[in-house]
Write a protein that binds this ligand. Structure first.
Ligand code: ADP
Ligand code: GLC
Length: 488
């Protein structure tokens, strides 16, 4: 069993912008229940400080930047320790952890996550006066990419050095900054090379993880393959292909204590796969909340997510006028690119009886959509894993997804043979265009007319295994492999 420092820039329920937070708030708990000792390392954002249980100061570190405090507390409702990097000039900012109030990235993101990496390195190399040194430093996404790179440049023996894992949650976000930032941060000169952090004359934080971590993984087996191709690799496919013997995919799980229709406190009525009648009450409540007519038999389509190109929101917007005339009802919750926000609002104005949108971030409403909608739309252009389709499956809300990334790994298309052998759990379509999306919704609408078949699809999804247990075991194996690599 290992001591694991789990470095991440968000963790539910302390701070969340997307699925990374869900994973960082639940994988460490699952790892700990397998016997590992896991400590989450997170920036001390104000919300995170408020929500961390039993918070106290652990130690003060002297870094080139000055003194930085490390606070210790617990992830709410768990025995997993959280260490918060308290540097108020960088992290004491409310709201989105990466973006300022104008919606643009904070001007000093490189400094912020460089400092975060320095703290991780002080801990990993026993320079933090803590009497605790991790065997594994588990890094997540570009914000933690400098950790493996800087650890690599430390002159330490194998015994003194922690083993590093880098998990890619999204290769499209790379942490790219100009060369002047590389100089300003004072990064070791040896890292300025195309075999290290340099990427087309810029410094790439994510490359620090991809090049230097002992093992790299991503959040579904299919996405692990996809990112080794130019279509999905965002310019890093060559490097990933080169490291393919160290690259794998491990599917995300879901936190059953947070996403479970039997116990979910946000729902009108709780239900399970045997008592699906409760779902109908949630549908009626959702129609009311979204000010849509109470129509029990009209297919209610739900969408929750970041309104960005990745998620195929433009495909949805383009097909909405036709979908509205079918008719189906459509409810959405999300924030993101202003053009998509405006277009969705316009659609709601044009079709007030069929379309209703909420532009915002609302955790409780996201749960009510998962419970109240009949189908859930995820027409993503790419999707490393995707958690919303897993929540939909769990809530008996049939997912309509594109055949990409983790969506392809987790949803089984309702075709004659899968309906016959009872493995069908959703609707899967191939092309990223409005017609294919429209055709997929039509298919859902047809299946929805046959109550028996529909119930079978719902129950197949609800009974499926999506807990963290299996995936946490796979992470344990990954840690073992990485440690063996380092001992060679
Ligand atoms: P990604 O991480 O790419 O955004 P995922 O499907 O993995 O996509 O996870 C998204 C998570 O963020 C889910 O828990 C989803 O419910 C949540 N989420 C996204 N947008 C919103 C929103 N506007 N309000 C509430 N929850 C949201
Ligand atoms: C990313 C991906 C999403 C994944 C999540 C958690 O944000 O876009 O597909 O589920 O990370 O791993």
């Amino acid at each position: 069993m290992y001591k694991v420092l789990f470095a991440t820039s968000e963790a539910y329920p302390l701070i969340k912008t997307g699925g990374l937070a869900d994973v960082s708030g639940s994988l460490p708990v699952a790892l700990q229940s397998l016997g590992h000792e896991v400590i989450i390392l997170l920036p001390a954002y104000p919300e995170a400080c408020q929500r961390t249980e039993k918070l106290k100061t652990l130690t003060t570190l002297s870094l080139p930047h000055g003194e930085v405090k490390l606070l210790e507390g617990y992830l709410p409702g768990t025995k997993v320790k959280v260490w918060l990097v308290d540097c108020s000039v960088y992290f004491n900012r409310p709201g989105n952890p990466y973006l300022g109030p104008d919606g643009d990235p904070w001007h000093d993101n490189a400094d912020r996550f460089h400092l975060f990496a320095q703290v991780a390195i002080a801990i990993a190399t026993s320079k933090a006066n803590l009497n605790w040194q991790p065997d594994i430093v588990h890094c997540n996404d570009w914000q933690t990419g400098l950790i493996p790179a800087l650890l690599h440049t430390e002159s330490l023996s194998h015994e003194q050095k922690a083993t590093t894992i880098f998990t890619i949650h999204n290769i499209a976000y790379q942490g790219l900054f100009p060369y002047s930032t590389f100089i300003a941060l004072g990064l070791p000169e040896e890292l300025w090379s195309s075999e290290a952090l340099e990427f087309h004359d810029q410094v790439s934080f994510i490359k620090g993880g991809l090049v230097f971590a002992d093992r790299v993984n991503t959040v579904s087996p299919n996405y692990a393959k996809e990112i080794q191709s130019p279509e999905y690799g965002y310019g890093l496919d060559g490097l990933l292909l080169h490291r393919s013997d160290r690259l794998s995919g491990i599917l995300n799980g879901i936190d059953d204590t947070v996403w479970n229709p039997e116990t979910d406190p946000y729902l009108k009525t709780n239900y399970d796969h045997k008592k699906l009648a409760g779902k109908k009450k949630n549908k009626a409540a959702l129609q009311k909340e979204y000010k849509l007519p109470n129509e029990p038999n009209t297919l209610l389509v739900g969408l929750v997510g970041r309104l960005v190109h990745q998620k195929g929101i433009d495909l949805v917007i383009n097909s909405l006028p036709e979908l509205a005339t079918l008719p189906v009802q459509f409810v959405a919750l999300g924030t993101g690119e202003p053009a998509y926000e405006h277009a969705l609002r316009d659609m709601a104005r044009l079709f007030p009886k069929q379309i209703s949108v909420n532009i915002g971030y609302d955790e409780a409403l996201a749960h009510r959509i998962e419970a109240g909608a009949d189908v859930f739309l995820m027409p993503s252009r790419f999707e490393p894993c995707g958690l919303n389709q897993l929540y939909s499956l769990r809530y008996g809300t049939v997912p309509i997804v594109r055949r990409v990334g983790g969506l392809a790994d987790t949803v089984v298309d309702a075709a004659p043979e899968t309906l016959k052998d009872k493995t069908a759990s959703g609707i899967v379509f191939d092309n990223a265009d409005g017609e294919s999306l429209y055709a997929a919704v039509i298919r859902a609408k047809e299946l929805y007319q046959d109550k028996k078949i529909w119930k079978q699809i719902q129950q197949t999804g609800m009974r499926g295994e999506s807990s963290w247990k299996h995936s946490a075991q796979q992470y344990t194996q990954l840690y073992e492999l990485a440690i063996k690599d380092c001992q060679k």
